[in-house]
Design a protein around this ligand. Structure first.
Ligand SMILES: [Fe+2]
Ligand SMILES: [Fe+2]
Length: 135
């Protein structure tokens, strides 16, 4: 069983963003599987980079939509994004330098962060985005 299961509770009601969130969930599951199966550092590093790149892409999509609809809470939302990117970059750096490994704590941190952020922060934009026709 996957460590991170998608459920309707995570839906923000915007299909393109739900798809992006599903991809983030998948990448966290991939990272977990690779860790559990004792995959080589290069394999873990590759998934970690993919996760980081995709996260940046996803955040920029949301931020573009927030700007498009003049979303009121965009600054606090963007700040949360920046804080995660900062942490993820530090993790990637430590991983590359051999100062950190991918552990279940890392996976759980990512999982918790993503689900809390979607349910607590992303969902707040739902009505504003849907009203403006963002799909
Ligand atoms: Fe999101
Ligand atoms: Fe977000």
């Amino acid at each position: 069983m996957a460590i991170f299961e998608w459920s309707n509770e995570l839906s923000v009601g915007v299909p393109s963003l739900d798809e992006q969130h599903k991809k983030l969930v998948k990448l966290i599951n991939d990272l977990n599987e690779a860790m559990k199966n004792g995959k080589a550092k290069e394999v873990l590093g590759k998934i970690l980079k993919e996760l980081l790149d995709y996260t940046k892409y996803h955040f920029s999509t949301e931020e573009k939509y927030m700007a498009q609809v003049n979303y009121v809470a965009s600054e606090t939302h963007k700040l949360e994004h920046q804080q995660l990117i900062k942490k993820a970059l530090a993790l990637e750096n430590d991983f590359k330098n051999g100062k950190a490994t991918i552990t279940i704590d890392v996976i759980n941190f990512l999982k918790e962060w993503v689900s809390k952020h979607i349910m607590g922060t992303d969902k707040k934009y739902s009505s504003a985005f849907i009203e403006k026709g963002i799909k």
